[in-house]
Write a protein that binds this ligand. Structure first.
Ligand SMILES: Nc1ncnc2c1ncn2[C@@H]1O[C@H](COP(=O)(O)OP(=O)(O)OP(=O)(O)O)[C@@H](O)[C@H]1O
Ligand code: SF4
Ligand SMILES: [Mg+2]
Length: 341
């Protein structure tokens, strides 16, 4: 929108207390493949409150990145959006590409798995971190000082020196911290982290998780933390959304979902990582092949792998419904699963 001030842009997404900052309702992401329209994401509901971290979990191909890209407006042109992504009073499925660009990197920022993909190899780190500030009219000493403070805030030692470095001169952990500094530069109210720690070794991963939690607590931003690794997500997210073949299987507070899953798929995920609950290194791997949204089984997409499947499961799609306060499950037998957890 012409004449929109930076302040208005950066404050978009500010929600009143108790209201979701991001409210996704009945979202589909569709694509035509081999002449057939396929729902990569189907009927997804997901809400994130101000200052809350929600974990988005699911096996490879379940649609986590497609959903994150839909929120930030980075889907390829071949995909279409249907439904509501409400953010700061706007439905992002309807706003103009220009408005999307305004929000991206400012009100909504994203950190991806591979920091090298987000960084320009031939440009110094400081210049890249300062890019969005420069576009907002900041320059000179004020810009340099802000860049150094952002790098410092992202936990980068010797920030003045690192600001002059090129990406290849930094370790993987420092590169990811630089990308986080870039994300913070726009003062986002919503940060999307897509497998942001997956490529890092365990020690660095823990430090980056701690940093993200700290920044989230300091700034009050909301976060969608996307990962295929339930252990990682359980450390950082207050709420979990479990995706299976592009649909939500279960959602609820992390501790409750892990302690008493209300969906057989979540239960299988939890059992595959006993480290969440026990000291044993041996989990029970999930059997069968993950369903692809491109070739989703009829009824409940999990039915070919589900030990509790009944005849109705192959026939009817289970509706995502509340099964306990704050908890939802898309299983025909959710109450039994919860009662026997
Ligand atoms: N550009 C694309 N063209 C065609 N299909 C795509 C495209 N991007 C994603 N898909 C398909 O959409 C589905 C969801 O993919 P997505 O990348 O969101 O999965 P994911 O949950 O992020 O997996 P991972 O854990 O491996 O990152 C997959 O079946 C994938 O093949
Ligand atoms: S609906 Fe049926 S197949 Fe799907 S998770 Fe529940 S019991 Fe298993
Ligand atoms: Mg992904």
């Amino acid at each position: 929108m012409a004449g929109r001030s930076t302040d208005t842009v950066t404050r978009a997404g500010t929600a009143r207390n108790g209201e979701p900052r991001l409210d996704i309702r009945d979202l589909d992401v569709r694509m035509v493949i081999d002449g057939r329209e396929v729902n990569l994401i189907e009927g997804v509901d997901l809400a994130i409150l101000p200052g809350q971290t929600t974990g988005l979990i699911g096996e490879s191909g379940s649609g986590k990145s497609v959903l994150a890209s839909a929120i930030i407006g980075l889907l390829p042109d071949s995909m279409t959006l249907h439904g509501v992504i409400e953010f700061g009073g706007e439905n992002l499925t309807l706003v103009s590409p220009r408005r999307r660009r305004e929000l991206r990197g400012r009100s909504i920022a994203m950190v991806f798995q591979d920091p090298l993909a987000s960084l320009n190899p031939v440009q110094r780190i400081g210049k890249q971190v300062g890019e969005i500030l420069r576009r907002s009219g900041m320059h000179g000493a004020a810009l340099r000082s802000r860049v150094v403070s952002l790098l410092e805030r992202a936990g980068i030692p010797r920030p003045e020196e690192r600001a002059r470095a090129f990406p290849h001169q930094l370790s993987g952990g420092l590169r990811q911290r630089s990308v986080i500094a870039m994300a913070l530069a726009g003062d986002p109210v919503l940060l999307l982290a897509d497998e942001a720690t997956t490529a890092l070794d365990v020690t660095v991963q823990k430090r980056i998780l701690a940093l993200l939690s700290e920044l989230q607590a300091d700034t009050g931003m909301s976060m969608l933390f996307v990962s295929h690794d339930l252990r990682v997500v359980s450390h950082i997210a207050e709420r979990l959304v479990v995706l299976y073949a592009g649909r939500v299987a279960e959602s609820g507070p992390t501790r409750e979902v892990l302690a008493r899953p209300a969906h057989p798929y979540t239960r299988a995920l939890v059992q595959s990582i006993p480290a969440v609950h026990s000291r044993s290194d041996i989990g029970t791997p999930l059997s069968g092949v993950p369903a692809s949204p491109l070739d989703r089984p009829t009824g409940c997409a999990f039915h070919p792998r589900c030990p509790l499947a009944q005849e109705i499961c192959a026939r009817e799609i289970p509706i995502l419904r509340e099964v306990a306060p704050g908890r939802r499950s898309a299983c025909h037998f959710a109450e039994e699963v919860l009662a026997n957890a």
